[in-house]
Write a new protein. Sequence first.
Lengths: 140, 446
Amino acid sequence: MELKFEEDLEKAAIPFFREKRLLCSWRVPLYDRVIDLVAIDKESNLIGIEFKLRNWKRALEQVRTNLNAFDYGYVCLPGGNYLNRLLKKAKQLGIGVMIYNEDIRTIKIILEAQRVDPQWIPNVEYIKNYVKVRGISYCQ
Amino acid sequence: MSIENGQCLHIVLFGTFGENKYFLGSYKESFDIIGFNANIIAHAPEGMAAFISQLSKKSYFIDPQTHAFQQPTRTIMRKSKDDKLVVKKSISSLANKYGSAIEKNVGKNQIFAGSLIEDEIEEICKNTLLFEINKIQNSVENLEEWEFLKDTGIELRPEFLVAPYFYLEPDNLDMDLEDNMKFLNKAKSIVSSSDFPCKRDIFAELIIHKEVLFDSKKISAVIDKYKTCIPDGFLIWIDDFSEVSVSEDALKKYKNFLIALGQYNKPIIVMHGSYFSIVLAGKNLGHIAGVGHGIEYGEHRDVIPVGGGVPRAKFYFPKFHKRISYHPDTQDVLLEKKWIKDKKTYLNHVCKCSICQETISSDVVSGIQEYGKTKIGKDGKAYPTAKAMDKSRRHYLNNKIEEYHRCSILPISKIINELKASQKIANEIKSHTFNHLRKWANVLES
């Protein structure tokens, strides 16, 4: 799939999340921001994921902004020559990195996120409640 | 009321009618002067008169906002229901008051310094000053309240008048200054004439582009210009000059400018300033008379409105003298410093104002959450709730009142030491930078 828009990357990532058996909810508002994807794993960990086609710094900033509402935060981007810089900065921030390989059309986690500690509990509760009320299902 | 440098006057700028309660309630006694924009008075004179009458003897002034007509016309226009560009109602009302030279051009042509003939300068001057001195008084006489007020002898006229002015831009500075001097000279002669309703001091308002401030020749030219006609006071507004964001060099230039302007021994009021300016207004330094701000905003302001946007919940950190976003900055700083451990820790390290005392319970996080609650609007965007805005405004005002009070009594050495101590604490914080504290301390010490 040729990636023209951020939505193309999101669509391309769906099989990966489905395979991982993650419960997903797209576009979750938190204060004046909207989180691209909120996922819940088998251990009930709350994961926030931001998608970007190019601007990796902006992607990291968006995840960092909402990080205290999650157990883990990830950015998801296509590969590029920025990878080393992205990994270095992401590691400092404790943010995980998922890379979409356009040739083999798969997502791979190349840097595991560190568990967020401490969290802002009202934000965590808000997200959990929001996705519960709205409904959450396996990624589609 | 006499206005002098070193008085540390607390000046609050009125924004919208929604803020009335903060001016009329328990804060009223803590504010020394209230500043109003002329356009809001032109647009709703009786409403404003009724409001000002409730402030009883509180001093006020009106910014005539003549620079609005100098800006690109698009900045004073709005889109009408049928998608046409029309002049904003309040600006149009103001243009009607200031006479034909402005009225015929509003929304069509920018009025530049150098383009006005002498008669037009006189007309603008006279109309502006009459508007400032009479508008509220005449409007209150139409209200029912006048029955009660007229016997008290109270007159609702401003504390001082502000001469019309142009915004001082780097590319047209000579002309801007030349016409500002004409306005000032004319204003002085109009007010001293026997047919003017009553005597008042005339202040010169200097709205200055940052490039002018940073250019030593240009800023000297501005200061020197007033040798030929010294106003009774100065209102200063540096366009988009955020004291918490600018460089140390910029702060030095700002301080030096105020000191140099002080050669005229006239009161200087900074229209939009933060704690740094408040310190400059304290009796120790005495460089300026007072500092203005809005109700939880307006410590710096752009001359050209950048247009609303979604208001974000913010929280004022008294220790750092800065408003930062509620999410994530305030939350992250509190988490990182563990200042939410218990109520005592919060009150000791963050804030012990009356609103925090009442809002923060043993569950500190739930209490703090009261300052940042948002609700999703019809447009799908998150807005701070009315309760959250009210709490954070009161928390802000409580701390501002404390800042003015402390700066008016504390020795400068103690203030600088406090800034250094706060910087030390801030240095340990990774999630947000507060480097302005170090810059402020350095510049205040120099």
